[in-house]
Design a protein around this ligand. Structure first.
Ligand SMILES: Nc1ncnc2c1ncn2[C@@H]1O[C@H](COP(=O)(O)OP(=O)(O)O)[C@@H](O)[C@H]1O
Ligand SMILES: O=C(O)C1=C[C@@H](OP(=O)(O)O)[C@@H](O)[C@H](O)C1
Ligand SMILES: [Mg+2]
Length: 252
């Protein structure tokens, strides 16, 4: 029976030279713990455009030994077009959303995947039916950080943010604010919320831009593990603690 080891706590700021090695080790260790709790279930990452779903999702899948899928890329393949921007332009947002739902439906019958969804996948209730077959993680990133990231890479691949003129940061910030308001609580349907502000505060930073995708992947694993433990019905009678915990998780 696999033993659950306590998380390795590495103080930050003291091993500057080895920080990335420590982070990589911590990520690996956390992924080994979470694999047990996942029991093959998929992870769906949700969050606003630019929140890091594609970047963090890839890291999580690699270290878990899961397959990674980006739903935007699957829609492009299904439609036979090279970009989401072109799908919006030639067809429509509604056409894109229909294909996005089909892709999520197909993925929902599979195991051992990390899926980076598109930022708008949360608005259709049927997509939640598919995503609830696995565990969903909301990457909650402050709007100003999102706008900074988007301004840096440009908006060509994100048609809802594309603008002909104006300061890129200001335009991205204003469009993201509008979308966040329209989407309301939709992201909060996720099983777990990973708040970059919370991680930064735990690490003693006042700015989320100091957080690496690895930091965010580690926190996501931590939150997933806690979620599974909290939602496991306790059965005090029976085998050793570890055995009964494993049985309960198998039946979740
Ligand atoms: N933790 C991070 N810190 C800084 N930049 C990041 C971070 N995570 C992602 N990015 C950058 O932000 C942009 C958007 O990330 P991406 O993973 O494509 O987000 P999403 O898939 O949620 O839209 C990319 O250019 C990516 O390199
Ligand atoms: O928020 C949205 O409505 C969208 C987000 C995009 O994905 P990312 O969140 O990966 O940028 C992409 O699906 C499309 O441009 C629409
Ligand atoms: Mg993406």
């Amino acid at each position: 029976m696999e033993r659950i080891k306590p998380i390795l706590k590495i103080p930050r700021g003291h091993e500057t030279l080895h920080n990335s090695v420590d982070e990589a080790l911590l990520l690996k260790r956390k992924s080994e713990e979470v694999l047990f709790y996942l029991n093959g279930r998929c992870i769906y990452l949700v969050g606003m455009m630019g929140s890091g779903k594609s970047t963090v999702g890839k890291i999580m899948s690699e270290v878990l030994g899961y397959s990674f899928f980006d739903s935007d890329k699957l829609v492009e393949q299904a439609v036979g077009m090279p970009s989401v921007a072109q799908i919006f332009k030639v067809h429509s947002e509604a056409f894109f959303r229909d294909n996005e739902s089909s892709v999520l439906r197909d993925l929902s019958s599979m195991k051992r995947l990390v899926v980076a969804t598109g930022g708008g996948a949360v608005i259709r209730p049927v997509n939640w039916k598919y995503m609830k077959k696995g565990l969903s993680v909301w990457l909650d990133v402050p709007l100003d950080a999102l706008a900074r990231r988007i301004a840096k890479v440009g908006t060509a691949s994100r048609p809802l943010l594309d603008q002909p003129s104006g300061d890129p940061y200001t335009m991205a910030f204003s469009k993201l604010s509008m979308l966040a308001e329209q989407r309301g609580d939709a992201y909060a349907n996720a099983d777990v919320r990973v708040s970059l502000e919370e991680i930064a505060s735990k690490q003693g930073h006042d700015d989320v831009s100091k957080l690496t995708p690895t930091d965010i992947a580690i926190e996501s694993f931590h939150k997933i593990e806690n979620f599974v433990i909290e939602h496991t019905v306790d059965n005090p009678v029976g085998d050793s603690q570890a055995d009964s915990r494993a049985q309960r998780i198998q039946t979740l």
